[in-house]
Design a protein around this ligand. Structure first.
Ligand code: SF4
Ligand code: SF4
Length: 393
């Protein structure tokens, strides 16, 4: 008898999910009692955005599955979404291009993830807030005071650590990015790194890295949840905040701090071109017949076999497409140091690896990425309820 048909095993799983459900309800009660009321009714905001109740229910189902929770959690996901605007957020910009904010918060054709992000209670966001200079500093002080230990610190951008952080100074008081990040993260309930710059340093840390730029966890020696990507997918950020609202903690992460539900599998594992890879059918040059027929892009530099992310499942532009579907290989943007390690972006990492041999490429993928754990068990989800800091698998 298989494990999934063993009644004893199924009873244990059922009990654990029921416990998790009770914990989730208690946590949402706490959120609704302790955090400031929602600034606006979500139903009204969605209506203004042209989203029907039916669309919202469909989205709740998809988000529940994306978070790798069983369907019984759908009402909890919807309830957490209704409390989304209660969660106070302080959003810091360090060494970066603001592309993550642009991609996440300023989309022209918003879907429900984007609309939810628009409702976030942004207590401080250097790009979007109206205040400037000393008034902006006061806003930050006030947010840290009013929501001490309760706000989420979101960081976009790497920290230049050379010259004691002096390559980057911010605000009217001229604090270094290093000082500011230390101060704000020490008062936050949790720190979420949005994008590959704050997660791993990214282009700022590419060779020769003259400012000694680093990701936040590396620079400050603190645990962070890393929503990697250049830019990251909005669903991965929204899902992480929903998890925090539902379970009072951040989700289980891999060895690189990335939520397992979003980054637990490789691009290659769910790619629609994968049958062509397995059959040894590759695009050989841009625009050739195999390219028109949607064959595998590995020989054109696709880094899908080495890259852990859910792009092929969540897709971009309201779920319409994703880079490989559009005809270009994955560049590996969710991996640390991808500018250096995945270059040249339109060539395979090594000509030697062009083999229609699953074992060879799988071995390379594993070797390139170290011990990233895949697969999520119920105990991993349950472990997230223990505290605000993420659990590493
Ligand atoms: S190598 Fe790239 S295009 Fe080919 S199957 Fe893997 S992810 Fe898809
Ligand atoms: S397909 Fe690859 S390069 Fe493109 S966003 Fe996803 S992980 Fe990044």
């Amino acid at each position: 008898m298989g494990r999934k048909t063993n009644p004893e095993y199924m009873n244990t799983v059922g009990r654990q999910y029921n416990q998790l459900m009770e914990h989730c309800k208690a946590n949402l009660d706490k959120v609704e009692n302790e955090l400031p009321p929602a600034r606006e009714e979500l139903s009204e905001t969605l209506k203004d955005g042209g989203v029907s109740r039916r669309d919202f229910i469909k989205w709740s189902s998809i988000m529940t599955a994306t978070l790798m929770l069983p369907p019984m959690f759908k009402p909890m996901v919807a309830r957490a979404a209704e409390s989304f605007s209660r969660l106070p957020v302080v959003w810091l910009h360090l060494a970066e291009c603001t592309g993550c904010s642009e991609a996440l918060l300023r989309t022209s054709y918003p879907n429900i993830d984007d609309i939810l992000l628009d409702t976030i209670s942004l207590e401080y966001h250097e790009t979007l807030m109206a205040a400037a200079g000393h008034q902006a500093e006061q806003n930050l002080e006030k947010a840290m005071h009013d929501f001490d230990g309760k706000f989420i610190c979101v960081i976009e951008g790497a920290i230049p650590t050379g010259l004691d952080g002096k390559y980057l100074t911010l605000g009217a008081n001229g604090k270094t990015g290093l000082e500011l990040a230390k101060e704000v993260t020490s008062k936050a309930a949790a720190t979420i790194c949005i994008g590959s710059c704050s997660s791993f340093g990214n282009v700022q840390a590419a060779k020769p890295n003259p400012t000694d730029a680093k990701g936040i966890s590396d620079a400050l020696g603190i645990p962070t949840v890393n929503i990697a990507g250049c830019p990251p997918h909005p669903a991965n950020f929204v899902g992480t905040l929903l998890h925090f609202l539902m379970f009072g903690g951040l989700p289980p992460v891999d060895s690189l701090g990335r939520p397992l539900w979003a980054y637990g599998k490789r691009i290659h594992d769910f790619c629609e071109r994968r049958p062509h890879y397995d059959a040894g059918e590759f695009v050989e040059e841009w625009g050739d017949e195999p390219a028109k027929n949607g064959w595998c892009l590995y020989k054109m530099g696709c880094k899908g076999p080495y890259t852990f992310a859910n792009c092929s499942k969540v897709r971009f532009n309201d779920g319409i497409s994703w880079p490989v579907m559009a005809g270009h290989g994955c560049m590996g943007c969710t991996e640390p140091g991808f500018w250096d390690t995945m270059a040249p972006l339109e060539k395979p990492i090594s000509e030697k690896t062009i083999l229609a041999n699953e074992r060879t490429v799988d071995k390379l993928g594993v070797a390139a990425l170290g011990a990233t754990a895949a697969g999520i068990a119920i105990h991993a989800v349950a472990s997230a309820v223990k505290g605000h800091k993420p659990d590493k698998e």
